[in-house]
Design a protein around this ligand. Sequence first.
Ligand code: MG
Length: 362
Amino acid sequence: MVSAVILAAGKGRRIGFKKQFFRVGGKPMLYHSIEVFKRLGIEDIIIVVPKDIPENIKGILKDFKAVEGGKERMDSVYNGVKVAEGEYVLVHDSARANLSIEVAKRVLYEEGECVIPVIRSSDSVIYKGKYVNREETFLVQTPQKVKRDLYIKAYEMSGGKVFPDEGSLISEVLGIRPKFVDGDRWNFKITYRDDLEVFVKMKTENLFAFSYDIHRLVKGIPLYLGGIKVSDELGALGHSDGDVIIHSIVDAALSSLGYGDIGSVFPDDDPRWKGVRSEVFAEITMDILKKEGWRIKNADIVVILSKPRISPLREKIVENLKRLFGLERVSLKAKSGNTFFEDAVQCYAFITLAPLEYPYEV
Ligand code: MG
């Protein structure tokens, strides 16, 4: 049996925040490599974490063993290896979040007491003022596989000396030469902000989402569209204020992120939402989006309404939608010459979502 120890206790000093918990493509960075190990059928997964774990990460950790990190990397590994049940342990940096299943497989299936993935440097290397032969130079990655008992033995014999990784500890303390397998260049360690930006671009794509809403029009209540009052005489009947533009955008955004639809998040039998302005839905939706690591970039909207004409208010509605949803572009088309739905207001909304580009969670 093989266990995996994922190191996620770093303080992120060089990048300025705990990047292992930063969400990329809808999941915390550390989860990207957890998924690779799960796909390989590894069930005993140990996450080495810092003392102060963000609240929203605790839910993810409950499915795994979590242990606290130590002073040095090798101490953190030791804490994880101690509770591992496998005969072998794969030790991995959560900062190598772009680990491919192929590299993980090469390490896992190679026989040997210590197996490490390496790549050749494509740049020349200077050591102490002298060029070294690039052909004899390797860059060392993770995951590194090591026999559990061997790691514990080497660690306990290390006599306070600090080793940068498992391969160096095993080879220098026990004299066992690690076996090399091919890593890959994309298994890079996310250390600086530009590494993170590259990873975000690799892992996330723009999302497109679409929705539609319709409400009956009745006399004597106000009509709101995009949060702007459009009429006092003929308004949309609904549990909330019946704002079809906000509802369509919220519905599209929530469903694209797997939250069901607007009715799943704001049920119309929940008294909390009775009579509320739909701007409240917009604000809550924005919080959900932020939590998931997304923002809405553009919205293309078609409103179908016989009267009143909304074109005089178009700019106002567009500006308010930009403010509410942080949109870059909004196009709003109004169709009024419709004789079939005079007693209703309808809206089609097509939105694009983009990943958040900057850390918002420390
Ligand atoms: Mg609605």
